[in-house]
Design a protein around this ligand. Structure first.
Ligand code: NDP
Length: 434
């Protein structure tokens, strides 16, 4: 029997036992999970400020992922019902068609220093010429500020500039962009250290040469256009056949839904939010900065000048194949921040087999594509509420006070009601107890 068979129907203890039997977890970690000790207070106290406790979220695993011919169990931390189920379902259909193919085209981080008082295009050109002529000196300043990353084979790579002339609403800004190979780290801190060193060097130079320029700020950018991953899959229309719905009909409508998300911003935001349900959950599980990933991916969705849905689904009617593709920025790390500190983040990396940063980028992007695929498939056919209903009913049962041994029965009764709301749930619970 596959260890994943009926996994979702098992009790939490049974699931942990299966993971131990499958050698995904050892006994000690399973006990630690079962006893809910995932973030000891003394560690939490060092992670943030004014700590008064920890805040728990469900930690689950999505199944069926095959990425570049390798199987993965995906750790996900998320409070929203249906997300892990949908990701697993999307991945299951993709798996039947050979899985996901993914690659990282580049993995560099970008930082910027904004300069003031560069009033004319001529001044901007002169400053650009000076910066280009002194690029190696500036890169050396950055290298000296964080030599350990250079020793690891990374470090500052390039400098470029951009000029924003003054407008009626804004001052003129001259920007110096620094690209850095941060190796396995997301690199915010090392980038900021390097930028501040260049910032000091520039201010010193301007002062020495009586130039009116000064720096405004120096910081990493979360718009990471040089840190990109692409994932794709091709699905036979047959796979999408469900009851009375033809797979070809569903496939065509998924492609149309993808076009709609490129057209209408109202839909694009929701399309991307659905995809981020999966991405955020694995980003959070692996101890990465999910605000940075949210900022990065939503900024990347505006790259054409219009905020658009990021996945692209096309349907080849002749061969009856649906092709899905996603290119996104993904500035994650496998070291740094809380990754080596939070015990659950360490466990998430272990469950994934300790992938390097580029591999982790491919895994996260695949989760995003699976999530989007499952959502679109449901949206253009039966709608998403059918699948959500059971989980919604369960949440309602818990909200109105059903205890563990009551939840399943109250959920069943609730599903037989014409309407799902708190009032009905309270009544059903009361009837059940009487
Ligand atoms: P860290 O400051 O923790 O730096 C990464 C560390 O990992 C370095 O100390 C480095 O050691 C070590 N390391 C070990 N092995 C490697 C390797 N193979 N490659 C690279 N580094 C290695 O984290 P980051 O610089 O990555 O910054 C991420 C943190 O910054 C997150 O917590 C994020 O929330 C936060 N942040 C985010 C911002 C944003 O997104 N705008 C802004 C500011 C902070 P060594 O120094 O010896 O090389």
């Amino acid at each position: 029997m596959s260890i994943w068979k009926q996994f979702y129907k098992q009790s939490l203890t049974e699931r942990l036992n299966r993971l131990v039997n499958g050698r995904y977890l050892n006994e000690k970690t399973a006990t630690w999970l079962a006893n809910n000790q995932s973030l000891p207070l003394e560690i939490a106290d060092h992670m943030s400020e004014n700590v008064i406790g920890t805040y728990g979220l469900p930690f689950g695993v999505a199944l069926n992922f095959m990425i570049n011919q390798k199987d993965y169990l995906i750790p996900m931390v998320i409070e929203e019902p249906s997300v892990i189920a949908a990701a697993s379902y999307g991945a299951k259909l993709v798996r039947k068609n050979g899985g996901f193919t993914a690659h990282v085209s580049k993995r560099l981080m970008t930082g910027e220093i904004a300069l003031l008082n560069v009033q004319t295009q001529n001044e901007a050109n002169e400053l650009t010429t000076w910066i280009n002529a002194h690029k190696n000196d500036l890169l050396d300043v950055a290298r000296s500020a964080h030599p350990s990353i250079v020793k690891r084979g990374g470090g500052p790579i390039d400098i470029r500039t951009h000029y924003y002339p003054q407008t009626e609403q804004t001052a003129a800004f001259f920007v110096l962009y620094l690209t850095v190979d941060t190796k396995e780290a997301m690199g915010a801190n090392m980038m900021n250290t390097m930028l501040e060193a260049i910032d000091h060097y520039l201010n010193h130079y301007f002062h020495e040469h009586n130039l009116p320029y000064e720096t405004l700020l120096a910081i990493l950018s979360n718009y990471t256009t040089d840190c990109l991953v692409t994932v794709s899959t091709t699905i036979s229309a047959d796979t999408l056949t469900k009851q009375h719905l033809s797979g070809q009909w569903v496939a065509k409508r998924i492609a149309l839904a993808s076009q709609f998300a490129k057209t209408d911003t109202y839909r694009a935001a929701t399309h991307n939010k659905g995809m981020m349900n999966g991405i955020d959950a694995i980003v959070l599980a692996t101890g990465n900065d999910w605000r940075a990933i949210e900022a990065s991916i939503h900024a990347y969705a505006t790259k054409t000048g219009q905020y658009q849905g990021l996945t692209t689904w096309t349907y080849d009617e002749t061969n009856q194949r649906l092709h899905g593709e996603l290119t996104i920025s993904m500035p994650i790390g496998t070291v740094g921040g809380s990754i080596g500190i939070h015990p659950s983040a360490k466990l998430a990396h272990q469950l994934l087999g300790h992938p390097d940063a580029k591999t982790l980028m491919t895994i996260i992007a695949s989760v995003g594509l699976a999530q989007n695929f499952a959502a679109l498939r449901a949206l253009v056919s039966e709608g998403i509420q059918t699948g959500h209903m059971r989980l919604q009913a369960k949440s309602l049962a818990i909200q109105v006070g059903a205890q563990s041994d009551e939840v399943e029965s109250v959920t069943e009764k609730l599903l037989q009601q014409p309407q799902l709301n708190q009032e009905t749930a309270k009544q059903v619970l009361l009837n059940w107890r009487n």
